[in-house]
Structures are given as structure tokens and as C-alpha cells.
Design a protein around this ligand. Sequence first.
Ligand code: GLU
Length: 447
Amino acid sequence: MSVAVRFAPSPTGLLHVGNVRLALVNWLFARKAGGNFLLRLDDTDEERSKPEYAEGIERDLTWLGLTWDRFARESDRYGRYDEVAAALKASGRLYPCYETPEELNLKRASLVSQGRPPIYDRAALRLSDADRARLESEGRTPHWRFKLEHTPVEWTDLVRGPVHFEGSALSDPVLIREDGRPLYTLTSVVDDADLAITHVIRGEDHVANTAVQIQIFQAVGGAVPVFAHLPLLTDATGQGLSKRLGSLSVASLREEEGIEPMALASLLAKLGTSDAIEPRLTLDELVAEFDIAKVSRATPKFDPEELLRLNARILHLLPFERVAGELAALGLDDADAAFWEAVRPNLSRVAEARDWWAVTHAPVAPVADDPAFLAEAAALLPEEPWDLSTWGTWTGAVKARTGRKGKDLFLPLRRALTGRDHGPELKNLLPLIGRTRAQKRLAGETA
Ligand code: GLU
């Protein structure tokens, strides 16, 4: 049996780091097992689902390199859900209920005030045909609940180990709304069964759903998949990350924070696992290192500062070809490997390359506070062509002539050539600045 997993976001908002971590873990699991990865849009909530969010999900996954082998959209499958619902009604596993939301709230509040769990009391099961006819003649339309078996539900979770629920401790879930629309608890099972999903890997907020859904799998005759429930990411203070937290959306990490896809993937693949977080330049490396058994039950904390540090470490390793597109998008069309290799050790984000481009390719106001020394140095500038050895040759000559060394030698040259006290190694920058500009800057001219 070949492994099949799915990532099933609802297109009701932007993907944030927590959602995309689940996409990544599913994808790594599939690739590791030589199985396949399905992207399924859970878009039956028609009021809240939006095409732009669906597009955003595809854009975010594509940016990360999480390609999908299969694609499904729940809103294409209403006919199939109706068919399954009809069969469940016929077998008595789905039963009509007529309580209004207010009535249900009252029931729940009363149970809670008695210190009892708010489990639906199955009053609707005791209605006679005549009761139902009367309620319907009063204009009520039923919603439909799934009748759980009051037996134990057990599974061996790939993250949580053995899990046990008593059916009697769970509320019969509503699977069909009053307007006839099927709900996620049902649609997800029908899809997982029809699309032969072998492993459901999702957040631990779904553990109780799993107990219910296992019984639904059994009722619809689907093979029950293996489950893995991962602890959800929290922020540094232990608060959950809400889907609406725009700043942690993948889109804002990419577009506003300048995060590289492999920085995010390197972090999210290892967060909450027994592996150390290290920069990885390819998803293949993460596949090779992946093992769901490494996922711990402890709550993983997502720290944006850690992500930015990892981003910097990734940039310091990335070859020019991997950033050429991004540099061109910044308007640095002529940037080449020499420029990239000169500046990347000083970057946390690719966009910061613009600052160094301005130093090598645009006029700079030099800081020239020792004109006599700078003039001596300028006179010793070698003829072009310049390469990575030019800086050493030149400063060797300046040192011999002036007797200066260390900071006294290098800092005035750096300040004159770049206008700044710190930056990439001058060995790398000097050939990019070129002789004409260098000479003018050493003379105190903006060039
Ligand atoms: N659409 C559901 C969610 O986003 C999917 C959960 C699942 O993986 O079954 O929470």
C-alpha cells in the first residue's frame, strides 16, 4: 500500500507558520516514504472561503517548494457528500435534530452549571414521527447528527502513542447543517476515504475530532488511516498562533520580512523535534533527515528572531544562482556572483544587498578625515585589472610607505572607500568599487 497524505487548509485566511509547518511535515513524510501528497481545499464554509486565500495557499506552498501530486476541492464534491449522507440517514446513523442554537446553548449551560460535560442529550432520538411532523409544520428544518457508538475508540498515534476515548464521553457531532450543507467532520472523512489517504498528520486541536471521525470512517466503510497529531506552535510566551495573526503569515514573512523559503523550511522541519535546527539549502536534505518519530510531544515555540538568524545563516551559504532572481527583482540587474559573494556575509535579508550595491555602484560621500594619509594611499593604488589580491597588494604597499598597521591603516581606508565604519571585506569590495571611484573617494570626493 503506498503512502498518501494530505494537507487540508480552509481557504478562510492567510497561511501562517503553524499551518505551513503541517504542510511541510506532511510533504516530508510523503517524500520520505516515496508516497504522494494531496493538497485539499476545505472550502465548504462558503461564507468565509475566498478565492484569494486559495490562491495564497498555492502561492505559499509553491514558494516553499511543497509541490502537490494531487489536488482536490471540497466544494467540487457536494454530490458525493449528499450520497454518503443519504446512506447514513438510511442506516440510522444520521438523525434529524430540531433544537435552535439558543436551545442548545441553554442545554449546555445547564449541564456545565451542574458540573457535567456538555454532551448532547440525544433528545432528538426520542422524537416520534408525529413530533417531527409537528416541528416541521412549525417551520423548523432539521440539522443532522451522527449517532456515535458508546464503545471505546482507540488508536496508536504516531506522536502521542496510544490514545483512548470513550464514545459515551463524546457529543454526537452535527454533520449536516440546517441548510443541508455538510460539515468538515463528515467531508474530511469522505475525502480521506475516497482518496485513499493512509496517514492523517495534523494539529493536536483535532484529537477529539479523530475519535469521532474514526467511527465515521467505520460507518462509511472507509479504511481508517494512521493518525499523527502534532503539538501546535506557540509564540515565545506560550500563546497559540491564531490564523489571523497577519505578521506570522507566510506572505508577510516572504514579502515584508525577507525570509528565504529554505530558512522557513529549515526551522519548521525541526522545531519541536529531537534534531538541532541547522541551515539546510535543499528540501532533499530535510527529507533525508525527517522521521516523524523525532517529533516530540512538548509544545514548540516559534521565535521570529530565531527565524531571522537562520535566514542570515542561509544567505551566507546560498550560491549566487539561488538569489539572482531576487537581486534582479530588487533592481540590481547587473549583480553578479562576485558582488553576491562579497556582500552575503553581511546580510540578514537579501534586500539589504541594496545598501552594498549603493556602495559599489553609486556615488558615496566618503569619510575622509586624514587627507594626507589618504593621498599617499591613493598614489599607491595599483593599475587595473583588479582582483581579490589587489587589496592585499595595495595595503601592503601603503603599510610599507606609511608605517601604519592594523586599525590605523584599515579604518581610514574603509571610511573613505565606503563612507562607513563596517561592512563586507574590502578585499571583495575594492574590485567592485573600481579604480576611478576609489581614487576620487580617497580624495574626499563623492563618487
Ligand atoms: N480544514 C481543516 C483545518 O484546517 C483540516 C484538518 C484536517 O487536517 O483534517 O483545520
